[in-house]
Design a protein around this ligand. Structure first.
Ligand code: SAH
Length: 358
């Protein structure tokens, strides 16, 4: 049996070529994009501006694979966590964070993650597999439809499960599909890519025509400490990441965000704050402090508000723009670093371990 091509995996020009190859007019690709992305339609039947005969032909020739919502939990603060099932039964989580002040979708790029950051629950799962471009963009289609935002502006943060630069091609392809003017037309200014700092990936990103905002998960100010908290640092050092950021071609008025998870008694001292200021000097930077979202099996604690404020004040006094990330959706374990799939098929050893430690 030959599998039918999946329209959800195609950029507009690929879709045009696929139609042409089957003797259909290319211009239907734009109609299909409008239905799939703008109207949130997931099969051919409702596409009423296409003839019945064409719809039947498309139905025969193609599929439109869309992640299935398995669970949809709403937090007391309005955050919604979606558990989505993919075509192969694997599961991922995507989060809707309303009014921050924008509407924001936090999207996954991998099932699990290979980075193994010491304070992150997803990291305990290990990497199961990369998401396809269609699965990454599909999360946005599903969440926009479920939240009634198909025709409203929203932001996307690639801060769900996975390391986007470890799945570079599919992530970038998804952004192109979401950017297409016949679909959701999402501006790259509305997208933030968060990364542990994979230097070759950053270098490729620097040459992208469609460049999202950049956030670097820094979390420590010395090589030794960062290597302990963020293992990829052993390969791509703090120094090399900072150096790459210095050369990164930023758009006008834009800045690189440096995320800094605060761990009580570990990286939250005034000395850490002062080192952070020195490290970032000369970079158009802003700092986003993220007090740890604790979880069973994570061997760290969240610092007191006073301690976080003290740290923030030191940065602000030295003219760094600093914000403290409010933790959202903690009651439904939708907060940063708390995404982990419980009900998925074939759990990896890491997953099982993480479950046992809960
Ligand atoms: N792999 C990417 C994106 C996913 S994580 C990256 O590392 O940037 C998104 C953010 O949540 C990262 O800054 C990550 O370090 C942070 N995070 C992970 N675990 C956390 C936890 N337990 N508490 C608070 N933030 C956490």
């Amino acid at each position: 049996m030959t599998t039918r091509p999946d329209l959800a995996e195609l950029e507009l020009n690929e879709l045009e070529a696929a139609l042409e190859a089957r003797g259909c007019e290319r211009f239907h690709a734009r109609q299909l994009y409008r239905w799939i992305y703008r109207r949130g339609v997931t099969d051919f039947e409702p596409m009423t501006d296409l003839s019945r005969a064409l719809r039947a032909q498309l139905q025969e020739a193609f599929t439109i694979t869309t992640p299935r919502v398995v669970m949809d939990d709403t937090s007391v603060d309005g955050t919604r966590k979606f558990l989505l099932e993919l075509a192969d039964g694997r599961r991922i989580e995507s989060v809707f964070i309303p009014d921050t002040p924008a509407m924001t979708f936090c999207i996954s790029t991998q099932v699990g993650c290979a980075m193994a950051c010491d304070f992150c629950l997803t990291g305990k799962m290990g990497l199961v597999r990369n998401l396809t471009a269609g699965e990454i963009a599909g999360q946005v289609r599903v969440l926009a439809a479920a939240t009634g935002l198909l025709e409203h502006p929203f932001n996307i943060v690639l801060m769900g499960m996975g390391e986007p630069l470890h799945n570079y091609d599919n992530t970038m392809k998804a952004l192109r599909m979401l950017h297409n003017e016949h679909g959701l037309a999402i501006s790259p200014r509305r997208v933030t890519l968060s990364t542990v700092g994979i230097v070759p990936g950053l270098e490729r990103l620097a040459g992208e025509p469609l460049m999202p905002n950049l956030a670097i998960s820094l979390h420590a100010t010395t090589e030794a400490q960062r290597s302990q908290l963020v293992p990829p640092n052993k390969k791509y050092s703090l120094e090399s990441i900072i150096e790459t950021c210095r050369r990164f071609p930023l758009k006008k008025r834009s800045r690189i965000t440096f995320e800094y998870v605060m761990l009580a008694g570990v990286n939250d001292t005034p000395e850490d704050a002062r080192r952070l200021v020195r490290l970032l000097s000369g970079i158009r930077a802003k700092v986003n402090l993220i007090p740890l979202n604790p979880a069973p099996g994570i061997p760290y604690e969240r610092p007191s508000d006073a301690r976080v404020d003290r740290f923030a004040q030191i940065l602000a006094d030295r003219h760094l723009t600093v914000s403290v990330r409010k933790s959202r959706g903690q009651d439904i374990r939708a907060a940063c670093g708390q995404l982990i799939v419980e009900g998925g098929v074939k759990k990896s050893a890491g997953q099982q371990m993480a479950l046992l430690m809960r």
